[in-house]
Design a protein around this ligand. Structure first.
Ligand SMILES: [Zn+2]
Length: 119
Protein backbone atom coordinates (compact mmCIF):
# COMPACT_ATOMS: atom_id res chain seq x y z
CA UNK A 1 0.00 0.00 0.00
CA UNK A 2 1.44 3.36 -1.00
CA UNK A 3 1.88 5.94 1.68
CA UNK A 4 -0.68 8.67 1.76
CA UNK A 5 1.77 11.55 1.85
CA UNK A 6 -0.91 14.19 1.88
CA UNK A 7 -2.53 12.67 4.94
CA UNK A 8 0.82 12.30 6.66
CA UNK A 9 1.76 15.88 5.84
CA UNK A 10 -1.48 17.12 7.34
CA UNK A 11 -0.87 15.08 10.46
CA UNK A 12 2.70 16.38 10.77
CA UNK A 13 1.60 19.96 10.30
CA UNK A 14 -1.08 19.57 12.92
CA UNK A 15 1.42 18.14 15.35
CA UNK A 16 3.93 20.86 14.52
CA UNK A 17 1.35 23.57 15.19
CA UNK A 18 0.43 21.91 18.46
CA UNK A 19 4.05 21.71 19.59
CA UNK A 20 4.77 25.29 18.54
CA UNK A 21 1.67 26.37 20.46
CA UNK A 22 2.91 24.59 23.58
CA UNK A 23 6.39 26.05 23.18
CA UNK A 24 4.97 29.53 22.77
CA UNK A 25 3.15 29.12 26.06
CA UNK A 26 6.39 28.45 27.85
CA UNK A 27 9.02 30.40 26.04
CA UNK A 28 10.10 32.15 22.93
CA UNK A 29 12.18 31.29 19.91
CA UNK A 30 15.56 32.93 19.93
CA UNK A 31 15.98 34.09 16.34
CA UNK A 32 19.77 34.11 16.66
CA UNK A 33 20.22 30.52 17.78
CA UNK A 34 16.99 29.05 16.45
CA UNK A 35 16.49 27.49 19.90
CA UNK A 36 13.50 27.81 22.17
CA UNK A 37 14.15 29.47 25.49
CA UNK A 38 11.95 29.44 28.55
CA UNK A 39 10.52 32.73 29.66
CA UNK A 40 9.49 33.40 33.24
CA UNK A 41 5.77 33.54 33.77
CA UNK A 42 4.62 37.12 33.78
CA UNK A 43 3.30 38.20 37.11
CA UNK A 44 3.21 41.42 39.04
CA UNK A 45 6.71 42.62 39.48
CA UNK A 46 6.90 42.61 43.23
CA UNK A 47 9.82 40.37 43.85
CA UNK A 48 10.29 41.28 47.47
CA UNK A 49 8.44 38.16 48.48
CA UNK A 50 11.02 35.38 48.81
CA UNK A 51 8.48 32.61 48.34
CA UNK A 52 7.24 34.17 45.19
CA UNK A 53 10.75 34.38 43.83
CA UNK A 54 11.34 30.73 44.64
CA UNK A 55 8.09 29.86 42.89
CA UNK A 56 9.10 31.80 39.87
CA UNK A 57 12.42 30.04 39.75
CA UNK A 58 10.80 26.63 40.05
CA UNK A 59 8.34 27.56 37.40
CA UNK A 60 11.12 28.65 35.10
CA UNK A 61 13.00 25.39 35.69
CA UNK A 62 9.88 23.44 34.89
CA UNK A 63 9.36 25.37 31.68
CA UNK A 64 12.97 24.85 30.69
CA UNK A 65 12.72 21.11 31.14
CA UNK A 66 9.44 20.94 29.24
CA UNK A 67 10.98 22.90 26.40
CA UNK A 68 13.93 20.51 26.38
CA UNK A 69 11.43 17.71 25.96
CA UNK A 70 9.31 19.40 23.28
CA UNK A 71 12.07 20.87 21.17
CA UNK A 72 13.53 17.60 19.83
CA UNK A 73 10.01 16.43 19.02
CA UNK A 74 9.44 19.60 17.01
CA UNK A 75 12.77 19.13 15.24
CA UNK A 76 11.79 15.58 14.32
CA UNK A 77 8.54 16.82 12.84
CA UNK A 78 10.25 19.59 10.90
CA UNK A 79 12.80 17.05 9.63
CA UNK A 80 10.03 14.73 8.54
CA UNK A 81 8.23 17.57 6.78
CA UNK A 82 11.41 18.41 4.88
CA UNK A 83 11.95 14.78 3.98
CA UNK A 84 8.37 14.43 2.88
CA UNK A 85 9.28 16.36 -0.23
CA UNK A 86 12.13 13.99 -1.01
CA UNK A 87 12.41 10.34 -1.93
CA UNK A 88 14.03 9.45 1.36
CA UNK A 89 10.75 10.00 3.15
CA UNK A 90 9.33 6.85 4.65
CA UNK A 91 12.58 4.94 4.25
CA UNK A 92 14.43 3.33 7.12
CA UNK A 93 17.67 5.06 7.98
CA UNK A 94 19.31 1.71 8.66
CA UNK A 95 18.19 -0.63 5.90
CA UNK A 96 16.82 1.99 3.43
CA UNK A 97 13.70 -0.10 2.93
CA UNK A 98 10.24 1.39 3.11
CA UNK A 99 8.96 1.85 6.63
CA UNK A 100 5.72 0.00 7.32
CA UNK A 101 2.69 2.11 6.40
CA UNK A 102 1.02 1.46 9.73
CA UNK A 103 4.11 2.67 11.56
CA UNK A 104 4.29 5.84 9.47
CA UNK A 105 0.67 6.57 10.16
CA UNK A 106 1.17 6.13 13.89
CA UNK A 107 4.37 8.14 13.89
CA UNK A 108 5.00 10.12 10.72
CA UNK A 109 8.33 11.29 12.10
CA UNK A 110 9.60 7.71 12.31
CA UNK A 111 13.12 7.28 10.98
CA UNK A 112 13.44 3.53 11.03
CA UNK A 113 11.37 0.46 10.23
CA UNK A 114 9.97 -1.71 13.03
CA UNK A 115 12.92 -4.06 12.79
CA UNK A 116 15.43 -1.26 13.40
CA UNK A 117 13.30 0.52 15.96
CA UNK A 118 15.82 0.02 18.72
CA UNK A 119 19.01 0.93 16.96
ZN1 LIG B 1 15.19 -0.98 8.75
Amino acid sequence: MALDKKKIKEKLEKERDMLVGQLKDMGKLNPETGEWEATPEERDYQESDQNDMADRFEDFEERSSMIKDLEPRLKNILDALKKLARDSFGKCQVCKKNIEGTRMEANPAAKTCKKHLNG
